[in-house]
Design a protein around this ligand. Structure first.
Ligand SMILES: Nc1ncnc2c1ncn2[C@@H]1O[C@H](COP(=O)(O)OP(=O)(O)OP(=O)(O)O)[C@@H](O)[C@H]1O
Ligand SMILES: [Mg+2]
Length: 277
């Protein structure tokens, strides 16, 4: 198992806009010199990075540092003030980007059952009933809810609702999955369980994932790379590369390298939080 740590970007290169890049990896998302203002408030400053294709990147940082803002820009849900974002050569707002977004809240429609909630994005795209049913059943199977299609959201636990929300995103067969604190509202055990499920789904569907979390343990367990953001204005302060070989399991969480990495990322996060006080 190798764990590679990199210095803060500002130390890597005097040009602080230099994009992050892992060797030999094609970027799925390219972000260049992005600034974002809300009125007079600068929420993001000079954010540049390459999100490698087929990899999982975690995004962690103090509350209010601009994580959700950046995710929304990548999803094409808000306009950029300065700079550029390209998703496999397309603008974020282009339908061809094949991005799916999983929000922090499961955002299920309470009057529709699980099956109808999961089918919704495809229905909005006017896909045939046959295709919709096929994709829906496959997605529900992936999240282990094949037998709950007729249940209503109010009959599900928090973890099950989140799995429905993930299934709904997967029906579109996305190339890129953006997740904003998907498991933030769940207890530790459920979160760990869903983390393992997400990895197992990923082994079957090779999407690129970019997710926001406040949990250092989740970031280390799920990702190949962690970006640590500082606030006021939001910018990327550190990059940590995680390279656990093979399948990650609960055993991974007990390993020395995993725990060392959790300690290191926690230290970097603390340094970022202290530097803004
Ligand atoms: N629509 C908006 N209008 C004005 N300011 C906003 C808006 N959305 C976010 N902000 C501000 O931009 C900054 C970044 O917000 P953002 O929601 O991206 O932070 P975050 O890192 O996701 O925080 P958290 O971890 O609490 O979810 C914050 O200071 C926030 O107050
Ligand atoms: Mg947020």
């Amino acid at each position: 198992m190798s764990v590679q740590m990199k210095s803060p970007i500002s130390e890597m290169n005097s040009n602080e806009s230099r994009p992050l890049r892992l060797a030999d990896e094609t970027p799925a998302i390219v972000v260049r010199d992005v600034d974002l203002y809300y009125g007079d408030t600068k929420a993001l400053k000079d954010v540049s990075m390459d999100i490698p294709k087929g990899r999982v990147t975690a995004f962690i940082g103090p509350s209010g540092c601009g994580k959700s803002t950046l995710l929304r820009l990548i999803a094409g849900l808000s306009p950029i003030t300065n700079g550029q974002i390209s998703i496999a050569g397309c603008a974020p707002s282009d339908e061809a980007t094949e991005i799916a977004f999983v929000f922090q809240e499961p955002t299920l429609l309470p009057w529709l059952n699980v099956a109808a909630n999961v089918e919704l994005p495809q229905k909005l795209r006017h896909l045939s009933l046959n295709d919709r049913v096929k994709a829906r059943d496959k997605a529900l199977e992936l999240v282990k809810l094949a037998d709950r299609g007729s249940a209503f959201p109010r009959q599900l636990s928090g973890g099950q609702k989140m799995r429905v929300s993930i299934a709904r995103a997967l029906t579109l067969n996305p190339k890129i999955l953006l997740l904003d604190e998907p498991f933030g509202a769940l207890d530790e055990m459920t979160r760990e369980h869903l983390n393992e499920e997400l990895l197992s789904i990923r082994e079957q569907q090779e999407w690129t994932a970019f997710f926001v979390t406040h949990s250092v343990m989740e970031a280390v367990f799920l990702s190949h790379r962690i970006l640590i953001m500082s606030a006021n204005p939001g910018r990327i302060a550190h990059e940590v590369i995680v390279d656990f070989p093979g399948h990650r399991t609960n055993e991974t969480r007990l390993s020395g390298p995993y725990q060392d990495l959790v300690a290191e990322v926690s230290r970097l996060l603390r340094s970022v939080e202290e530097s803004r006080v």
